[in-house]
Design a protein around this ligand. Structure first.
Ligand code: GTP
Ligand code: MG
Length: 233
């Protein structure tokens, strides 16, 4: 079955990409091993099949990233809120991989592992339905000061718009596209994926209306060759 649209998880090793996808698809947090290459999961969203690609953050698999991003309708750039370097890497190492994504690709920036921070209890307070969880987490004393703040993610989002030469007026607001999650507790994980799926639907419709041309690179190669020989003749 051919997926209608593609969502790609990118980010440094150990930030929790696989754990986020597991949490969403299997509804639990389990031990992971560092991803080799990449893997995808198919999600039925209304009448559409969306593939979610989990990629490897390790440097040695870096070359594969742009291949996974080809034609992507959304890219989820993931960092660890307790590791500033993981946010810096998104700009330095991962952003360029998204050059192969769809021209109207949506970008989300996700800070994972918020459960480890001392702000977590505060975040939960705003979430009425999580009152019981708050009691459990307040017993844990190993909380740390968050290293990366939402403002840093918002700043990166604005840099991405500049890099892509997009106008803030034409894309979803930075505040809407920067998320903080915990794959461990499930905090905001469904919200993240489902917000993205909803936003991907119009892109799927546009991709389908334009037909397969846009995603088949081979066609572009052929027409480029023809033009070249045309010039020589
Ligand atoms: N406390 C906490 N730990 C997490 C969370 N998400 C992931 N982890 C842990 O962080 C480690 C790395 O998680 P993975 O999901 O394998 O990370 P990844 O981004 O897929 O890493 P690569 O596949 O190497 O790119 C594992 O030990 C997870 O259990 C989270 O939200 N909170
Ligand atoms: Mg992984």
């Amino acid at each position: 079955m051919k997926p209608d649209g593609k969502v790609v998880l990118l980010g440094d090793m150990n930030v929790g990409k696989t754990s986020l996808l597991h949490r969403y698809t299997e509804r639990r947090f389990q031990d992971t091993i560092s991803t080799v290459g990449g893997a995808f999961y198919l999600k039925q969203w209304g009448p559409y099949n969306i593939s979610i690609w989990d990629t490897a953050g390790r440097e040695q698999f870096h070359g594969l990233g742009s291949m996974y991003c080809r034609g992507a309708a959304a890219v989820i750039l993931t960092y660890d809120v307790n590791n500033l370097q993981s946010l810096i890497e998104l700009e330095d190492r991962f952003l360029a991989l998204t050059d192969t994504a769809s021209t109207d690709c949506i970008f989300a920036i996700v800070g994972n592992k918020v459960d480890l921070t001392n702000e977590y209890a505060l975040l939960l307070e705003t979430e009425e339905e999580n009152r019981s969880e708050k009691l459990v987490t307040s017993c844990i004393s190993t909380k740390v000061q968050k290293q990366v703040h939402l403002d840093d993610a918002v700043a990166l989002y604005k840099k991405i718009l500049k890099y892509k030469m997009l106008d803030e007026k034409d894309v979803p607001a930075a505040e809407k596209m920067c998320f903080e999650t915990s794959a461990k507790t499930g905090y905001k994980v469904d919200y993240l994926f489902e917000t993205i799926f909803d936003m991907v639907v119009p892109i799927i419709l546009r991709q389908q209306a334009e037909g397969p041309l846009q995603t088949v690179d081979l066609t572009n190669c052929k027409s480029a060759k023809r033009t070249k020989s045309g010039c020589c003749a």
